[in-house]
Design a protein around this ligand. Structure first.
Ligand SMILES: NC(=O)c1ccc[n+]([C@@H]2O[C@H](COP(=O)([O-])OP(=O)(O)OC[C@H]3O[C@@H](n4cnc5c(N)ncnc54)[C@H](O)[C@@H]3O)[C@@H](O)[C@H]2O)c1
Length: 371
């Protein structure tokens, strides 16, 4: 049997530029694009953590990487004009809610002006290009209702991070209406909104899974500040499959230009922090969960309550839906870190094997992008 075709093979031999390529999602996206046969480029201002998935997988040697600040318009323009990308995935951001309280200006300048600069560089770019702007489910004005948020709901945000993502969405729409909307234009743009993701290779601060993995790797008990908090958990590959599918569809169908899409988890993924840690501790072979986590119940900053995404639009337009069940999500996430910390495995090959496993499960589930 020949190799399976993914995303209509659209990324093979295409130049794809990923901003924020040294980050958690960026590293997974670049690894996946490499496996899809793309010629992958990326830029970031730094490697955001130590360790980082970008370093531990040796991605710097497997793609073309630049150091640049997305707040520097000339630098962004120069990279785009030198690379001449067919696709751009914009992920560079200050993504940590707690940091947005101590560094509000940096958060706003990176997330809002950074997005503006990418759009502005694309406005003055003179070749065909398909761009997917990644924001967040936190871009929605969270009115704390029980319904899923639709792409037509108002953007907003009570904390600085959410506000910056809402603002990035507004800028995206203004750029679309002012510049990219015209018929026969060279650049097609869309925005993608996904929620909290987990998966191997994330070492960001103040995220529960990285905090937990750091603690367990050092033999420490992890403290949980809100054990009953429910999160719509999903594996990082799930929204990435949405971003890649959106890129493919937008490339082929220009009527999607200017549209936004939600990529959220299955509703049954709403598990509490405590449940997730309990299940992950089993895969880390803890005999007693008391050795794995301790409940402290101390919430330090305002974080919006449950926010559910309505993903009917992605389902309707391109039959997108998530692939993994809850148990495989836990398995993929905890096993990646276990491979890294305990087995000292080769993490690029291991990441590729998880991507292949994910593609196989998606094929079995007849998920649209596997054709
Ligand atoms: N991880 C999640 O759960 C989640 C959820 C929803 C949305 N998102 C969004 O997805 C994107 C990627 O998130 P992530 O989790 O990979 O974050 P991350 O912190 O791991 O990566 C962020 C990337 O952006 C780069 N960056 C930051 N400031 C920059 C600057 N001034 N100039 C150039 N590059 C800069 C970093 O170097 C890094 O490569 C972000 O836009 C984030 O808001 C993430």
């Amino acid at each position: 049997m020949g190799e399976k075709i993914m995303f209509g093979d659209i990324y093979r031999n295409k130049k794809v530029l990923v901003t924020g390529n040294t980050g958690f999602k960026g590293s997974w996206l670049c690894t996946w694009l490499i496996s899809l046969g793309a010629d992958v480029y990326g830029f970031s201002n730094e490697i955001p953590t130590t360790p980082a998935m970008f370093s531990e997988t040796g991605l710097a040697n497997k793609m073309t990487h630049f150091y640049a600040d997305v707040r520097d318009l000339n630098a962004v323009k120069k990279i785009i004009s030198e690379v001449e990308p067919h696709f751009v995935f914009h992920l560079a951001a200050q993504p940590i809610v707690s940091l947005s309280y101590t560094e509000p200006v940096e958060t706003i300048s990176t997330n809002v002006m950074g997005t503006t600069n990418v759009l502005e560089a694309l406005r003055t770019y003179s070749k065909p290009c398909t761009a997917v702007i990644i924001t967040s489910d936190k871009c929605y004005d969270n009115v704390e209702w029980i319904y899923g948020y639709k792409e037509t709901d108002a953007v907003g945000g009570k904390d600085i991070y959410s506000g910056s993502k809402g603002a990035a969405e507004l800028i995206f729409k203004s750029y679309y209406h002012s510049f990219f909307k015209k018929e026969g234009g060279l650049v097609q743009v869309a925005s993608a909104r996904a929620g909290n993701v987990i998966g191997g290779g994330d070492w960001a601060l103040d995220r529960i899974i990285p905090d937990c993995m750091r603690s367990w790797s050092e033999g420490r008990v992890v403290e949980i500040r809100s054990p009953k908090a429910t999160r719509p958990w999903q594996h990082v590959l799930e929204p990435l499959s949405g971003y890649l599918l959106l890129g493919e569809k937008l490339y082929k169908d220009h009527t999607l230009n200017g549209e936004s899409f939600n990529f959220g988890p299955k509703p049954e993924y709403n598990h509490t922090v405590q449940e997730i840690l309990e299940d992950m501790s089993v895969r880390w072979h803890f005999e007693d969960s008391k050795q794995a986590y301790k409940i402290t119940g101390d919430i330090k900053f305002y974080e919006a309550g449950l926010l559910k995404l309505n993903c009917d639009k992605a389902l309707f337009h391109f039959q997108w839906k998530p692939t993994l069940d809850y148990h495989t999500l836990i398995e993929y996430t905890s096993d990646w870190y276990y491979e890294y910390y305990k087995n000292k495995g080769e993490m690029f090959a291991y990441t590729l094997s998880q991507i292949k496993g994910y593609e196989d499960l998606a094929s079995l589930g007849n998920i649209a992008w596997t054709k």
